[in-house]
Ligand binder design. Structure first.
Ligand SMILES: [Zn+2]
Length: 666
């Protein structure tokens, strides 16, 4: 295609895809199938790689780009970002209302009420409709320029839709992490021996302040916008008018915003959300009440610290006091001993809580908790509840010190605390507790994705002496599995099929599955991308390893230590002899990223293994049964019961031709 036509087509594609991004990520109302979206994206990528000079910064292919930075430049906000005054009771809010009405001389007032999302406040600057800057709130006057990280949040439009009439504007909002995403991220971090995020706000802030935007891109972030703080054009007359214009421009605005004419209605609305907020899927810590008319806002003005026309009504935190009955130490994959508090059951926000995390030995000491203490427990979102602090004033003298064991509670080996570490670890690599955790991690969805092997089966496999390390999975026979309780012929065959299909997983997944310390999913794919094969990684020096962007010295040393260990080398040899490919450069940015496929029946043109490799080489993944996570079911000749299940769950079913189309083989 000549340059002129390429330029026109790229421009069209950028507009079409941006439109569909808004439909999908902002309005939750997709107009095209994922397949069609992927096709457009692939066409754009292909054109851009032919004509790199035509790639524009607002192209949807440019969300993740640029190299890590050493620090964020400081930027001054166009309009100072003041914080809101807080209130905690209906009486406080009535007082706010009478202050407002007094100031305005008894004229009618309308209030806009919107959920206060618990995340990180940001300000975005759009010039001529294009996103040019994203900054943190900072001290309200000067924030940090985190544009490259903000761009990775898919619900943030890189370009505003012209329909909204906004061109050069500053908008404010909140970047947050949905509860499910936080839960998953914390599970991964805990398994890797990394500190977990205490709440969604810390997780969002920690992600947006990453110096490497690829890490931010890997975090499940979302955003809502709630203020139009500057516009080059005419400002609407009301706050809700601003929200409408923002929404029409493709900015994500909370669907739970309401306008009321009296403080009683406002209070009724706030009260009704106090219990409903648990079902939102993200944390809110209150409701924001704003005077709707911008003219009235201007007349009300500001105190030294806060606007007089807005207030945040804070809900009480989800905390309760209960008794700490005991502390048990669990042994993780890396041998780390994690203290877990057993509690007298207590109900917090509709959920009965009987255990809470104490994170690690240092945290235990820092919080100064004793067995028998009355403790304050907090539950935020769907995160594991945590012990905030003991109520020292309620001690009776009968409390006992918590003793951190010096031997592993599972295998009895020494538990050592090394310099610079916050945890004690069991030194025995064949400790059954560690072996089980490693196996469970290896088989988990994010790692080798071996369906059917979860913690319960792992217990049986290890306790029955059938599996001593992950390579033994590949030597399992049907007759072995049939000796286990609750395993029939059918499930035995399914398990063996799932084990077999895991042999094709790419290098990135294998590296992640091996569970090296400090090597999570993102780091594993970076290493796989850079080194391309297990042999190259085995030969890599700490120096070479730390040259990979996003891999620091600690990670490099951890990888090197793993690779030179005789036991690990033997394990890698056994895995390769068992038939694991461990090859292929994974496509972290393939068109099928995030899509899960399931195959049923025979394909005519290729084996299922090849079809699976094709999907993975485009960034997708292959499952072994129909679940909620399945995106496409590919049905060949003589499909099994999976097809019926797929139809029942209304999954997209592709025949062989449609599949070949999708992977570009036709
Ligand atoms: Zn042990």
């Amino acid at each position: 295609m000549d340059e002129e036509r390429a330029r026109a087509r790229i421009k069209d594609l950028v507009e079409i895809i941006s439109h569909h991004d808004v439909k999908y990520y902002v309005e939750d109302d997709p107009e095209v199938t994922d397949h069609e979206y992927d096709r457009l994206m692939n066409e754009l990528k292909a054109l851009e790689s032919e004509h790199p000079e035509l790639v524009s910064p607002d192209s949807p292919t440019q969300r993740v780009s640029g190299r890590p930075v050493d620090e964020f430049p400081q930027v001054e906000h166009k309009v100072v970002m003041l914080s809101l005054d807080n209130c905690y009771s209906p009486d406080d809010l009535r007082e706010f209302d009478s202050r407002v009405r007094k100031w305005l001389g008894e004229e009618p007032v309308e209030y806009v009420v919107e959920p206060k999302v618990d995340g990180l406040g940001i300000a975005l600057l759009y010039e001529g409709g294009a996103l040019v800057r994203g900054a943190t709130r900072g001290d309200g006057r000067v924030g940090e320029d985190v544009t490259s990280n903000i761009r990775t949040v898919r619900s943030v439009p890189l370009k505003l839709k012209p329909e909204g009439g906004l061109r050069t504007v500053e908008v404010r909002g909140e970047v947050y992490m949905p509860s499910k995403g936080l839960q998953r991220l914390n599970e991964e971090r805990e398994a890797e021996g990394e500190p977990v995020f205490a709440n969604a706000r810390n997780a969002a802030a920690g992600s947006i302040r990453q110096l490497d935007s690829r890490i931010a891109a890997s975090r499940p972030l979302d955003a809502y916008f709630y203020t139009l703080s500057y516009s080059s054009g005419r400002m609407p007359e009301t706050h809700h008018g601003c929200l409408d214009a923002m929404k029409a421009s493709g900015l994500r605005v909370s669907p739970h915003t309401r306008v009321f004419g009296s403080v009683d209605e406002v209070l009724g609305h706030i009260a009704s959300w106090e219990s409903k907020r648990d079902g939102l899927g993200y944390d809110i810590d209150g409701m924001v009440v704003k005077v709707d008319s911008l003219a009235q806002q201007e007349r009300l003005g500001y105190t030294a610290k806060n606007p007089r026309w807005a207030i945040a009504y804070k809900y009480p935190p989800k905390q309760k006091v209960t008794k700490l009955l005991n502390v048990v130490f669990q042994v993780g994959r890396t041998g780390a001993l994690t203290p877990v508090a057993r509690l007298e059951p207590v109900e917090i926000g509709g959920v009965t809580v009987s255990r809470a995390t104490l994170h690690n030995e240092d945290e235990l000491r820092r919080r100064g908790v004793m067995i028998g203490d009355m403790v304050l427990i907090e539950r935020a979102g769907e995160v594991i509840p945590q012990v905030v602090r003991p109520l020292v004033e309620r001690r009776t003298g009968g409390e006992r010190e918590i003793v951190v064991p010096e031997t592993c509670p599972v295998c009895g080996s020494t538990a050592v605390r090394e310099d610079g570490e916050s945890v004690r670890r069991c030194v025995n690599a064949s400790c059954p507790a560690q072996v089980k955790e490693r196996l469970t991690h290896y088989c988990s969805r994010g790692a080798m994705d071996i369906e059917g092997i979860g913690p319960a089966l792992v217990d049986q496999l290890v306790d029955g002496g059938l599996v001593k390390d992950v390579s033994d999975l590949y030597g399992l026979r049907e007759t072995d599995l049939l000796t286990l309780e609750g395993i029939g012929e059918k499930s035995a065959r399914n398990i063996l099929d799932a084990v077999k299909s895991s042999m094709d997983r790419d290098l990135g997944r294998v590296l992640h599955a091996l569970g090296m310390r400090h090597v999570g999913r993102t780091t594993a794919s970076l290493l796989a991308e850079r080194f391309g094969s297990m042999d190259a990684l085995k030969a890599a020096s700490v120096d070479e390893l730390s040259k990979v962007e996003g891999v620091g010295k600690v990670v490099a040393e951890s990888v090197r230590d793993f690779m030179v260990d005789e036991g690990n080398r033997a394990l890698l040899r056994r895995l390769s002899e068992a038939g694991l490919r461990m090859g292929g450069v994974p496509k972290a940015d393939g068109p099928l990223v995030g899509k899960t496929f399931l195959f049923t029946g025979e394909l005519k043109s290729m084996s299922r293994t090849d079809a699976g490799s094709a999907v993975e080489s485009l960034g997708g993944r292959v499952g072994s049964s129909v679940t909620k996570a399945t995106d496409y079911v590919v049905a060949g000749d003589d499909p099994g019961s999976k097809l019926e299940k797929a139809k029942k769950l209304k999954k997209a079913v592709l025949d062989e031709d449609a599949f070949l189309d999708l992977i570009g083989r036709r």
